[in-house]
Every structure is written in structure tokens, then in C-alpha cells.
Design a binder for this molecule. Structure first.
Ligand code: FAD
Length: 652
């Protein structure tokens, strides 16, 4: 039993970092727009040095009132924050080549951002993909580009993690191959496996091996081709979600140099008058569309971490973006940057569903049994996946022919499919397309991901998700009101290869029905179902059924300016002297992975770049530095109470 006044003191201690509109200071060294996955990594790292002041401006709430829903891993499916006020609830415009449907684009609107609502899969990209990203920038700035090479980026991804192996029983039941070698040991993010494992998962690795995708012996270590029952962002000390707020922010909230202002949306960046690259002097914000606009000054830099929708949106409302878009929206143009909001790519996915022959996690949840209420059960998340390349889908000759067909189609696609007249954006489309066609598709890199889902009562589902889309879309503002959501048009299936690859992915998934032992879990197929047989049937079905895997990226792409880039290799926005974008919007193309793991690494690497560029001390030690006796005291307090309560939810 812990006396309530102790808990109260702990809350007050942790709450020190929160400020209100009345208590926010006039200026900070750095203003971070967006307290999401990336923004909170930056907040922690930039305040390691107590002399540097940082304000995080977050449009959503702190999430304290919904902590239970955030912290329960299985809540990702059953009681999550999706479709609540803590979700931006974006929707695309109707997609003409995807059944004229509008797609939901959920994004977390809460401290932690989408890391508070995501499905917790930790899947890193392959070495070839990361190096291909660095290659896109090396002609502009070889030294800066090398920060995004596997050699330098992989350690940044490891730095975020503390890995705990799965329990023996979980390893046995799930037939899990894991390796501690490919994980960090001292980082803030807790990486582990659920407290229980469903029996169906045990059949995954052997069946996928029979289909030519053997289990990865070093998952997340540079190649993704094969199968894995992977790790998730789970804190095994209490079976809660590990995410950027719990891992990076809460332990440092007591720092006197860190301030967090929630429920405050940045509406535009304020610039000094002048010629040459514009200098940001601060950020305007408001708590509601009609609320008063206030300004906080930034002495050193403004860092935009609003995510794939929020970051291009605020740039455009600040006058930085495509001229025609800003003119139509009634926003004064300050810097013409045609790539803002362009190059949008996403992972599409579709499920094959069978009736289950044995109890699923969804059945257990529905039963409401005592077991269903245990923390161990509630920590269960899907994590069995597999990755297949073109050769696995089409055979050796077929893959070579398909890849050549794609590569040969570059000019034709660039002349028809780019949603912009800008020469630079078209060059960017070509650079991205060329990378996918000639550096990804002709290698061992995956183009399809398979994902096992056991969270629906009575059903077993396996998704086929497109990993390297050739379709590129855009998002743009059509009003000068920053509280109006941007128009999102990903142009799904605009390149026909995307549909062909997904079709072959669905065929591969269906082959599981003939493949023991996993097929013992599968009854009659209910989706696409027995009427969907021919290639044409499957394609028609996909057009009406595909949904997003929630991995949109690239709306502020890191590319040369001549190729419609928005940021350079140091993440600086072109044409601005002291503004960077640090979040998932900067990847120039999709990786065969989930976006979160690389984005933690991106934010770690960005912190080092920002500190170095500003001649501030970088964090040489792995993990979070402990800068003062006061903070040490705070950590001792919080650890003591967390351990006493037996619920160390917030302690990494
Ligand atoms: C439902 C779902 C499931 C997912 N599952 C997985 C998964 O299992 N594994 C994985 O790796 N990835 C997954 N992802 C993707 C991953 O979570 C995101 O790609 C990642 O969180 C992006 O990080 P970010 O920092 O770019 O943006 P976010 O984490 O979205 O953060 C952006 C933040 O900026 C704030 N913001 C935006 N605009 C403003 C403004 N103008 N002023 C102030 N604040 C603003 C937002 O409220 C938000 O807090 C999933 C995503 C979703 C939505």
C-alpha cells in the first residue's frame, strides 16, 4: 500500500515540466512543434544539457486522463484512442483507383503522438534501404548524408532501446527466434514480447519456411527477408506500452530547462524580415480556432515534429510551400518550396481471413474471463510477420521481367502520374522511382509484408501489405485557417505495379491454407472468399478492400532542392536559416518495415546533428544523461514509488 500523499507528490514532481498559456516563458532556445514520437525524443536529448531551454508545443492533451487506454498493449485493438478526440481522424479524399473510397488516416493527437496509438510492432528497415536513402543525398553533402547510412544510422536505432528477451514459455509456444545482438541495452524504449503467447503463432515460422521464407536468425539486424515473431514496444516489468512519452519525456519532466505546453496548436512560424534564408524568430499558437493567437520566441531554432500531416501543414501556413497552393489558400508566399506536401507514399494492406479452428486472442477478450483481465493477457499484441521479395512472388525469371518493366516505365510514369507541374517535384518523383526500381526491387529487399492477426473473435487473419509503393500523392492546404485539416490525396494505385504486387501477396497468403502446421488453425476462408478466384477477381477485390497500414511518409522529403526536396541532409528546411523538420515526413521513400523504429533512430540522430551544429555538448553516454542532483532525486522518487506500486509504467 502506498499512501496517497506520496503519489500526489510524485505526480506534482513529474508535472513540473508542464506549463500553461499563462506560465509559458517568452522565449526558449528551441521550440519543438509536436510532442509526438520524434518530438519527445528531441525534447529529452536537447535538454540533457541544463543550459539549453526547450519548449514542446503539442496540439493534443497530455494523455494523463486516458493513461489506462494508452498503456494496455492490446488496447491497440480493443480500447485504443483511435476515433476519439486524441486522434486527428484525418480522411483522404475519395481515391478513384481504389473504389472511390475515402481512407481513414488516424494520427495520435496526444503527447507521444502516434506512438501512443500504434500497434507496437518493432520492425526496422533493411541495410540496403537505409543506404539507398543516404545515397539520394550524397551528391549534395557527402558528410551529412553519411549520417543516414546503415553504418551510422543503425547505432542510432539501437541507442533508443533496452531489450528484454521473451519468457521461456512464450519463446516455446510462439516458436520465436530472437537475438539480443541486434538490440540496444541501455536506451529509454522498452523492447520485449507479450506476457503470453497464442498457440497459433507457433505454426507461423515452420509454415513460412515451407513457403520459402525461413525465420530470421538476427531479426532487425539489417535484412528483413524471411519470417519473424518480432519484438514489440512493451515494458515487461508491468506489461505496459513503451512509447515516447513514457520512455523519453516522463523521466525528464522535472528538468527546469524543459517546458511542455499541451492543447496548443502551432498555427505558423514567425520570421524576421530580411533577405536570403529567412530566420524564424518564434511560433504562433492557439488553443482553439477562435482562441487568441499567442507567440513564443525561439532564440536558436524552431524544430517541426508535427508528423506526416502536421509538418507540411504548418510549413504551408507559414508561407513555405508550393506557390500555386499557397495562392489558392490565401497564404502569403515567403519561400517557394514546391515539394512541401508532395511525394506522399503509404503502405496499403489487405487481409485474407479464415474461420478459426481454435480459440483466438479475440475470443479470450470477448469471454471476459479472469484470464482475459490479467496484465499478461492484456499485453498480447500481434507480432508475427514475414517479408517476401519479388523473386518469392514471381519466381526468378518473372521477377527480373517485372523489375525491368517497372524500370523501363520511369519516364512514362513521371510524365503522367505526378500530382504537380513543378520540374523539381517531377525530378524527385523520378529519383524515388529509380531508387525503388533499381536499388530495391532487384535485390533481396522485400516488397510485401505478411502479418498475422488473432485479435478478432472466431477469425484468423493474415494481411498482405505493399512495402515499396510506386504511387505517389500529395497533401495540401485549401484554406488559410490552420485549424482546417489539409486535403490528403495519396493517389493510391496510381501506379499499376502496386496492385499487381499486392495481388501476388494475397496469393502467397492464401498458400498458407495448404501449408502445415499453421493451416491447422485455419478453417473456411471468409475473405476474399470462394468467389474471388482469378487474378482479375483478386485485383477487383483489392481495389475495394485495401486499407492503409498507417505508414504514410515523405510529405517533407529529404531530397536535393532540385528534386523537390523540403529538407537537406541536416534536416534543415531549404530557404530557412534555423528551421528543421524531424519526423516521419522526411523519409524520401517507404522502407519494408514499420515507420516507428526508424523514426526513433532518426530523432536520436537528429538530436546529435542539432547539438553539434549549435556547438552544444552531445550526449556521449548511451541512454538518457542525468544532468543534476535534482533530477537524480526525481528519478529516485519516481522509481521508488513505481516499484512500490508495482506499476513502473513510466520508468524506462
Ligand atoms: C493506428 C496506427 C498504428 C501504427 N502501428 C505501428 C506499429 O505497429 N509500428 C510502427 O513502427 N509504426 C506504427 N505506426 C506508425 C508510427 O506510429 C508513426 O509513423 C510515428 O508515430 C510517426 O512519428 P512522428 O513523430 O512522425 O509523428 P507523430 O508520432 O504522429 O507525432 C506528431 C505530433 O505532432 C502533433 N502536432 C501535429 N501538428 C501540430 C501542430 N500544428 N501544433 C502542435 N502539435 C502538432 C500531433 O498531435 C502529434 O502529437 C502506426 C500508426 C498508427 C496511426
Amino acid at each position: 500500500h502506498v499512501p496517497s500523499d506520496y503519489l500526489l507528490q510524485r505526480r506534482q514532481l513529474l508535472a513540473r515540466g508542464y506549463v500553461t498559456e499563462d506560465t509559458v516563458a517568452d522565449s526558449y532556445d528551441f521550440v519543438i512543434v509536436g510532442g509526438g514520437l520524434a518530438g519527445l525524443v528531441l525534447a529529452a536529448r536537447l535538454t540533457d544539457n541544463l543550459k539549453t531551454t526547450v519548449l514542446v508545443l503539442e496540439a493534443g492533451s497530455s494523455g494523463e486522463d486516458v493513461a489506462d487506454r494508452v498503456n494496455t498493449p492490446s488496447g491497440a485493438y480493443t480500447a485504443s484512442l483511435l476515433y476519439t478526440p486524441n486522434d486527428w481522424q484525418y480522411k483522404t479524399v475519395p481515391q478513384p483507383l481504389a473504389g472511390d473510397r475515402r481512407f481513414d488516416w488516424p494520427r495520435g493527437k496526444v503527447l507521444g503522438g502516434s506512438s501512443a496509438v500504434n500497434a507496437m510492432y518493432l520492425v526496422r528497415p533493411a541495410e540496403i534501404e537505409i543506404n539507398a536513402w543516404a545515397d539520394l543525398m550524397k551528391d549534395d553533402d557527402r558528410a551529412a548524408a553519411s549520417k543516414w547510412s546503415w553504418k551510422e544510422f543503425y547505432p542510432a536505432m539501437l541507442k533508443t532501446e533496452t531489450f528484454t528477451p521473451p519468457l521461456d514459455e512464450v519463446t516455446r509456444v510462439g516458436n520465436i527466434s530472437w537475438s539480443a545482438d541486434t538490440h540496444g541495452t541501455t536506451g529509454p524504449m522498452q523492447v520485449s514480447y507479450p506476457g503470453i503467447m497464442m498457440a497459433q503463432v507457433g505454426g507461423w515460422a515452420p509454415s513460412l519456411e515451407s513457403l520459402g521464407l525461413p525465420p530470421l536468425r538476427k531479426p532487425n539486424g539489417g535484412t528483413t527477408l524471411g519470417s519473424l515473431v518480432g519484438p514489440s514496444w512493451i515494458n515487461p516489468s508491468n506489461w505496459t506500452r513503451s512509447y515516447s512519452k513514457a520512455a523519453y519525456l516522463d523521466p525528464v519532466l522535472s528538468r527546469s530547462n524543459l517546458a511542455v505546453l499541451t492543447s496548443s496548436q502551432a498555427t505558423r512560424i514567425i520570421f524576421a524580415e530580411g533577405s536570403g534564408d529567412l530566420r524564424a524568430t518564434g511560433v504562433e499558437f492557439a488553443s482553439s480556432p477562435n482562441g487568441p493567437r499567442k507567440i513564443v520566441n525561439a532564440k536558436t531554432e524552431v524544430i517541426i515534429s508535427g508528423g506526416v500531416v502536421g509538418s507540411p501543414q504548418i510549413l504551408m501556413h507559414s508561407g513555405v510551400g508550393p506557390k500555386n497552393v499557397l495562392e489558392a489558400a490565401g497564404v502569403d508566399l515567403k519561400v517557394e518550396l514546391p515539394g512541401v506536401g508532395q511525394h506522399v507514399q503509404d503502405h496499403l494492406t489487405a487481409p485474407v481471413v479464415w474461420k478459426a479452428t481454435s480459440e483466438t486472442a479475440g475470443d479470450i477478450t470477448q469471454s471476459g474471463s479472469d484470464f482475459a483481465k490479467t496484465k499478461e493477457f492484456l499485453s498480447f499484441v500481434n507480432s508475427a510477420t514475414a517479408f517476401a521479395n519479388l523473386t518469392r512472388l514471381f519466381g526468378t525469371e518473372g521477377a527480373a521481367g517485372f523489375q525491368k518493366f517497372i524500370a523501363d516505365g520511369l519516364e512514362d510514369s513521371a510524365s503522367k502520374l505526378v500530382p504537380s507541374q513543378s520540374k523539381e517535384v517531377i525530378e524527385g518523383y523520378k529519383a524515388i522511382y529509380d531508387t525503388i526500381a533499381n536499388k530495391i526491387m532487384n535485390t533481396e529487399v522485400a516488397v510485401i509484408e505478411l502479418l498475422l492477426a488473432l485479435n478478432t473473435p472466431g477469425e484468423v487473419g493474415v494481411q498482405a501489405a505493399l512495402q515499396h509503393p510506386l504511387s505517389q500523392g500529395r497533401l495540401y492546404i485549401n484554406s488559410s485557417d490552420p485549424f482546417e485539416a489539409p486535403i490528403i490525396d495519396p493517389q493510391y494505385f496510381s501506379h499499376s505495379a502496386d496492385l499487381t504486387i499486392m495481388r501476388e501477396g494475397i496469393k502467397l497468403v492464401r498458400a498458407l491454407k495448404q501449408t502445415p502446421p499453421f493451416n491447422e488453425s485455419l478453417g473456411e476462408e471468409t475473405l476474399p472468399g470462394p468467389d474471388v478466384v482469378s487474378d482479375e477477381d483478386v485485383e477487383r477485390w483489392l481495389i475495394n478492400m485495401a486499407s492503409t497500414q498507417y505508414h504514410p511518409i515523405s510529405s517533407c522529403a529529404m531530397l536535393p532542392r532540385s528534386k523537390g526536396g523540403v529538407v537537406d541532409a541536416k534536416l534543415r528546411v531549404y530557404g530557412l536559416a534555423n528551421v528543421r523538420v524531424v519526423d516521419s515526413s522526411i523519409y524520401p521513400f517507404e522502407f519494408a518495415s514499420h515507420v516507428g523504429a526508424s523514426t526513433y533512430g532518426l530523432a536520436e540522430q537528429a538530436s546529435n546533428i542539432i547539438l553539434t551544429n549549435n556547438s552544444l555538448p552531445t550526449n556521449a553516454v548511451k541512454g538518457l544523461a542525468i544532468p543534476s542532483l535534482f533530477t537524480l532525486g526525481a528519478l529516485v522518487w519516481t522509481t521508488f514509488f513505481a516499484v512500490s506500486v508495482g506499476a513502473g509504467a513510466f520508468i524506462p
